[in-house]
Ligand binder design. Structure first.
Ligand SMILES: [Zn+2]
Length: 437
């Protein structure tokens, strides 16, 4: 493992793959719903107009089958997602309730294909990392961290983060999951709560806020004890405060856990001015987390997640793409298909607000020390004796039952299609109501 800050130019030049399917922006959660897949298309368009595609290989993911999703999710839940549509909803009242589909997680046209698209980039990206053909994979369509084994939650249906981690576990003994979305990464934490092969680390708003979990005392169970790390935060987190807790905790995690691969969920709802969020991070402050994780030179899967103020998200994820691709980009935005969204300043970086930071230095310091104490309990290089099967299912009925399958993935032989420049620069398309918000 390299130490951050000692990078050389050659090490800084990482091989980056970027997964994107132009169809993703055509799905629509419904009028007034804050989650807008269109933001992925806006991000892509800005990435392209900054010329960043020249620094990466751009792939259209090969679609994974529903069987690939049942490595985590229950068969009946995935079958339900396959058949449900706005036309037949009235025939599935009980299942809609049972699987928590209908309100926050609405039924919309093409729902299953949408899940397939974002999940395929994450699983395909993990497979590509496993083949050691690339150092970093980006899939901003993914990062839907709230979905449970048999339940939709918080705008998420299929948990691509969990499925990507399972793919990485085929090759790597230990996988680290880091979550900087403003919401707790509950679905991922729950899936791996009783194993020491996956450490989950989440920084999130806590207290009368969705999903309500992620207390500092929730640290994992059985073999997974001390392998779930939660930093609960209050409104108004700013760049300096975030950096002051993120860097020391992640540095300690890297030291004690020594992961073979990292999944970084980059939810953009932790940015200042988010429609649903209440933090005050700038795009640079958010990107600093990406920069820091990158500096450890561990195979890295970078995912999207939340993000509900449409003009912020493309800025944030394009900036983070530039960090990963190792190219400085100018603050003045290039002309792009969605230029009107970025007024009045048309700049990449945005000022933060003057909201009060309700996280006192004392609180941050105390919680940081608490978490560093937990990390001190982590045994060096765990994972040689892993309890699987029965024990997992008894102690964590909603989590993963490991199959310990190290065979080559039959579903995705990584035939993700490379896109040429023509395909990368696709035409502008959007649903009329996407222009709101
Ligand atoms: Zn979120």
């Amino acid at each position: 493992m390299s130490t951050p800050g000692t990078t050389t130019t050659s090490l800084n030049q990482r091989r980056v793959s970027y997964f994107y399917d132009a169809e993703i922006g055509n799905y629509h959660y419904g009028q007034g719903h804050p989650m807008k897949p269109h933001r992925i298309r806006m991000t892509h368009n800005l990435v392209v107009n900054y010329g960043l595609y020249r620094r990466m290989e751009v792939f259209r993911p090969r679609l994974v089958s529903h069987t690939a999703m049942t490595r985590f999710h229950s068969d009946d839940y995935i079958n339900f997602l396959k058949v449900i549509s706005p036309d037949n909803m009235q025939d599935y009242i009980r299942q809609l309730q049972r699987f928590n589909v209908g309100e926050d997680c609405p039924v919309f046209d093409g729902l299953f294909e949408f899940c397939q698209l974002y999940t395929s980039g994450s699983i395909g990206g993990a497979a590509r990392l496993n083949e050691n053909r690339v150092d970093v994979v980006i899939n901003f369509a993914g990062g839907l961290h709230h979905a449970k084994r048999a339940e939709a939650s918080g705008f998420c249906y299929v948990n691509d983060c969990v499925l990507a981690i399972l793919e990485l576990l085929k090759k790597h003994e230990r996988v680290l999951y880091i979550d900087i979305d403003i919401h707790h990464g509950d679905g991922v934490e729950e899936a791996f709560y009783t194993t020491n092969r996956v450490m989950t680390v989440s920084f999130h708003k806590f207290g009368e806020y969705f999903p309500g979990t992620g207390d500092v005392h929730d640290i994992g169970h059985a073999d997974g004890k001390n392998y779930a790390i939660n930093f609960p935060l209050n409104d108004g987190m700013d760049d300096d405060s975030f950096r002051g807790v993120f860097r020391p905790i992640i540095a300690k995690v890297m030291e004690v856990f020594q992961p073979g691969a990292v999944v970084l969920q980059c939810g953009a709802d932790s940015l200042s001015g988010d429609r649903l969020g209440c933090f005050n991070l700038s795009i640079k402050g958010h990107g600093d987390c990406v920069e820091f994780v990158k500096s450890f030179h561990i195979p890295m899967l970078v995912l999207g997640g939340g993000g509900y103020t449409l003009r912020n998200i493309p800025r944030c994820w394009t900036y983070e793409t530039s960090i990963l691709a190792g190219e400085d980009i100018k603050d003045e935005l290039p002309f792009n298909d969605y230029f009107e969204y970025f007024g009045p300043d048309y700049r990449l970086h945005l000022p933060v607000s003057n909201m009060e930071n309700l996280n006192s230095p004392e609180y941050l310091q105390r919680t940081k020390i608490q978490l560093l104490e937990i990390l001190r309990e982590v045994e060096p290089v765990p994972g040689t004796q892993i309890q699987t099967g029965q024990i997992e299912s008894q102690t964590n009925p909603r989590g993963i039952i490991f199959e310990m399958d190290h065979s080559t993935q039959e579903e995705n032989e990584n035939e993700d299609e490379t896109m040429d420049n023509q395909q990368i620069r696709e035409e502008r398309k959007e649903h009329p109501s996407e222009l709101e918000g």
